[in-house]
Structure formats: structure tokens, C-alpha cells
Design a protein around this ligand. Structure first.
Ligand code: UDP
Length: 239
């Protein structure tokens, strides 16, 4: 696989073309953003950890029959991914209350939910990624009802696999966000962005400490150490 020109230079990631028209290379930066990009820092080593953690989690989902964009690691900081057409939606999966759900509905963080909650957000920075429903998404021409049904089914199956996987590592998967795209080679709806401590809430079941981006959002310190701990525990799955 040959790396070619830069085709997208994002805040936290870059995407490069390759010699295969249906593959790209994702490169993870150490830049970290929160609160609609208002808070920013460079955290040495965060990019490589996100790359490697996401590779483990997406690789696991691929092997379990959930289609994702991840193909293989290319370097410490880079991975080869299937090329997609972006669907500008985010699906948030919640097992416990945290973050915006706690703020918006006035429910304390950590409250257990009777059922898993699936939220749809319009991925639009200028609007602050507003919460929408399926009918908004179809009316805006972002996806069809059938595509939304498939996305929510993938979100449910991914949670059914990832929640017990993290439990084995003594970590609570409180919530996570996934994005989807249409694969450029066959139009399949696939998970098209990372799953990592940047896009999920991972609480140590023993200490109740977050091991994810909330360490950065809430100025708890040791952000990279939290990510490193998640990576170290994921590596024990191979033991
Ligand atoms: N999330 C994300 N990108 C976003 C917004 C949220 O990856 O643009 C993740 C976030 O890390 C958390 C989950 O989605 O794991 C739910 O986030 P929430 O809606 O509570 O938003 P926040 O508290 O970050 O405002």
C-alpha cells in the first residue's frame, strides 16, 4: 500500500489517499479538542494510543461480522481504512447517564438506565451537533429510513459486543459515539470513524475514575495515562 496526497486535514486527524481508489490512510494527531473545539491541547502520545485502541476495537467488531472502515494498522499513528462517503450523523449509545444527557435532562451522572438509549445527532459544527430524530434526518436528506434502521441495528450489536468486552477489563462502557459512511466500493453502510477514549466514556469499575476524554474536559490531569491504561488492559485480551 502506498501513501499518496493529503485529502483531508482535520483538527485531530488527517486522511491520505493511497494507490488503491477504495482505501485511505487515517493519521491520528496528538491534538485534543473539546466543547465544540473551544478547548484545545496537544497531548503527546494520545494520537498513537487512539490509533492502536481503535484498531483493536474496530478489528474485533470486523471479526464479529460488524462492518467497519478499519482494514489494518499502517504505522504507530496510522491505519488503512476503507474509503467512504460521509453520512453527517452521529449515533450516541448510552448505557448509563453522563455528559449532555445528564445536563439536558437533569439526571445525575452515573444513573443506570432501564434500557439502552440511542441518540441521533446532526454532525454540523456550526450548529453544535444538535440532537435530531430519524424524521429530521430523512427530511434533511442525510440518510434513508432503511439506512437509519441499519445504523441503529449496528449500534445495538456493537454495544452488545463492546460492553461485555470492557466488563472483562473491569471497565464500564458508559456511552460511546459512532459515525457511519457508505463504502465507496459496494455502498455498504459501515462504521466510519474511531471508537476510542476520545469518543466514549470508560469508567474504571473499581475506582469509578474516567479513563477517557472527560479527564481532559474536566481538567482531571493524566489524560494520556488514562488512555494508556485502557490500551494496556485491551492487550491482556490476547493473553
Ligand atoms: N462524543 C463524541 N464526539 C462528539 C460528541 C460526543 O465522540 O462530538 C462522545 C462523547 O465522548 C461521549 C458520548 O459521545 O462518549 C456522548 O457525549 P455527550 O452527548 O454526553 O456529549 P458531551 O458530554 O461530550 O457534550
Amino acid at each position: 500500500m502506498q501513501k499518496r496526497e493529503l485529502i483531508f486535514d482535520g483538527n485531530e486527524k488527517q486522511v491520505f489517499a493511497t494507490d488503491d481508489p477504495h482505501k485511505v490512510i487515517f493519521r491520528y494527531k496528538d491534538v485534543t479538542l473539546a466543547f465544540d473545539s473551544i478547548k484545545r491541547a496537544v497531548l503527546r502520545g494520545k494520537g498513537t494510543l487512539d490509533n492502536k485502541i481503535s484498531a483493536i476495537l474496530l478489528g474485533y467488531l470486523n471479526r464479529e461480522g460488524i462492518h467497519t472502515h478499519f482494514v489494518e494498522l499502517f504505522s504507530e499513528r496510522e491505519q488503512i481504512c476503507r474509503k467512504i462517503e460521509i453520512i453527517p450523523l452521529e449515533v450516541v449509545v448510552r448505557n448509563r447517564v453522563a455528559g449532555s444527557m445528564s445536563r439536558n435532562l437533569g439526571i445525575p451522572e452515573g444513573t443506570f438506565l432501564r434500557n439502552v438509549v440511542y441518540e441521533l445527532k446532526y454532525n454540523n459544527d456550526a450548529l453544535g451537533d444538535p440532537l435530531i430524530n430519524e424524521h429530521h434526518a430523512v427530511a434533511l436528506g442525510l440518510a434513508t429510513y432503511d439506512e437509519l434502521r441499519r445504523m441503529l441495528d449496528v449500534a445495538r450489536r456493537a454495544n452488545d459486543l463492546l460492553k461485555p468486552l470492557f466488563e472483562r477489563l473491569d471497565i464500564d462502557l458508559v456511552d460511546f459515539k459512532i459515525e457511519f459512511g457508505r463504502a465507496s466500493d459496494n455502498g455498504d453502510i459501515i462504521i466510519s470513524d474511531e471508537i476510542s477514549p476520545d469518543t466514549s466514556r470508560l469508567w474504571d469499575r473499581r475506582t469509578k475514575e474516567p479513563l477517557d476524554k472527560d479527564r481532559f474536559r474536566m481538567d482531571l490531569g493524566n489524560v494520556v495515562a488514562g488512555y494508556e491504561e485502557v490500551y494496556k488492559r485491551l492487550l491482556t485480551l490476547n493473553d
